[in-house]
Design a protein around this ligand. Structure first.
Ligand code: BG6
Length: 309
C-alpha cells in the first residue's frame, strides 16, 4: 500500500523541481505522463508541439500546428520504468535489435534520463537536451563509461533530433545507435517510403540476404524488416491516406531501417494491438552496420530532421 502513496508523491515533487529549473512559459512544461512518468511538453508559437518522456528520452508525440498527430503510439504500450514505450521514437543504444549480447535494442530506451537544459531560441525554435550516462545496471551489461545526449528541437513544421555519444572512460568502445521512429499513417497500404532506390539492403526476413533496392517507392503488403546501410541522406514517407508527406533528412546517421510487423508479428507483440500495423510504419535512422569506435574522450554526433512537406 505504501508504495502507491510514495511514488506519485516522488514524481510530483520531481515535476515541480523540473518545472522550476526547465519550464519556459508557453514553450516548455514538465507534466505527469502516462503511468505517472514525467514528460516534457514542448509547444511552438505556431501551435506545433511534441512530448518527450524522461523514461528513455522517448518522444511519444509530435503534432503539427493544427494539432494532427504525426507519430504512432500504440494503445497497448507499456508505461513502466523497466519497459520500452511502443511508438514515437525509441532511442536505440548501444546495440541495434539482436545484433549482439545485450537486451534487444540496448538499454537507452529503458533507462531514466536527465533533463539538462531547455531553451527558446530567437528564431522561435523550442529545444530541450536530455542525457544519460553509465550506471550500475548499464555497467553490468556493457562495461563502458559514456554519456549519451539527445537534443530535441521543435519548429513550426519540423522536428530535429540530435544524438551525441561521448566516451568518458579509459578504454575504447564501439556502439550502434538509432532513432526508431514510428510514423502514424491512415492506411499502410496507401503509404510509400521514397528515396531508397539503388541502395543494397539486408532483408532480415530472408536470412539477411543482400538485395539491391529496385523500387522507386517501397509499398507494404506483407511483413517488412530491412536495413539499408549507407542510405541516401534524404528520403520521405508519402502518406496518401492523410494526404501528407514527411521528409526525413539525416546527417552522420548513414543507415535506414524500414519495418512493419504486419499481421502475425503484431499478434505476437504483447504491447501492440493486433490491427495497429495498419496505422504505422517505422523508418529508422542511425548507425548500425559499421559501428563507430570512440577512443577515450572522443565524441560521435548524428542528427535527423523530420519535416512536414
Ligand atoms: C525493428 C527491427 O527495428 O524493431 C525488428 O528491425 C523489430 O526486427 C522491431 O521487431 C521492434 O523491436 P522491439 O524490440 O521494439 O519489439
Amino acid at each position: 500500500m505504501r508504495l502507491f502513496t510514495l511514488f506519485p508523491q516522488r514524481f510530483h515533487t520531481m515535476i515541480d523541481t523540473l518545472n522550476n529549473q526547465f519550464g519556459i512559459p508557453n514553450a516548455v512544461t514538465i507534466a505527469e505522463g502516462n503511468g505517472g512518468l514525467p514528460k516534457a511538453v514542448l509547444t511552438h508559437s505556431s501551435g506545433s508541439s511534441c512530448e518527450v518522456y524522461l523514461h528513455g528520452a522517448h518522444i511519444t508525440s509530435w503534432k503539427n500546428a493544427t494539432g494532427d498527430e504525426l507519430f504512432f503510439l500504440s494503445r497497448e504500450s507499456w508505461w513502466q520504468s523497466d519497459k520500452p514505450i511502443r511508438g514515437g521514437i525509441p532511442v536505440v543504444f548501444p546495440q541495434f535489435g539482436g545484433r549482439g549480447p545485450l537486451p534487444q535494442h540496448g538499454f537507452a530506451r529503458t533507462s531514466e534520463w536527465e533533463l539538462v537544459c531547455s531553451g527558446l531560441l530567437d528564431n522561435g525554435i523550442v529545444n530541450i537536451d536530455l542525457q544519460m550516462r553509465e550506471s550500475a545496471e548499464t555497467l553490468a551489461l556493457w562495461p563502458h563509461r559514456f554519456t549519451l545526449g539527445l537534443r530535441v528541437l521543435l519548429d513550426e513544421n519540423a522536428l530535429t533530433v540530435g544524438a551525441r555519444v561521448t566516451n568518458t572512460g579509459e578504454q575504447p568502445f564501439d556502439f550502434m545507435m538509432a532513432l526508431h521512429t514510428y510514423f502514424r499513417v491512415a492506411d499502410i497500404t496507401k503509404t510509400a517510403v521514397v528515396g531508397l532506390q539503388g541502395t543494397t539492403y539486408v532483408d532480415t526476413l530472408q536470412e539477411n540476404a543482400r538485395i539491391v533496392e529496385s523500387r522507386p517507392e517501397i509499398r507494404f503488403a506483407a511483413e517488412t524488416d530491412s536495413v539499408y546501410p549507407n542510405a541516401p541522406d534524404s528520403l520521405r514517407v508519402a502518406e496518401e491516406g492523410n494526404g501528407r508527406t514527411i521528409g526525413i533528412s539525416k546527417t552522420d546517421m548513414p543507415d535506414v531501417v524500414v519495418w512493419n510487423p504486419w499481421i502475425a508479428k503484431s499478434q505476437r507483440m504483447p504491447d501492440f494491438g493486433d490491427d495497429e500495423y495498419v496505422h504505422m510504419v517505422c523508418v529508422e535512422t542511425g548507425v548500425i552496420e559499421t559501428k563507430p569506435v570512440l577512443l577515450p574522450g572522443e565524441k560521435w554526433e548524428g542528427e535527423t530532421t523530420f519535416r512536414i512537406e
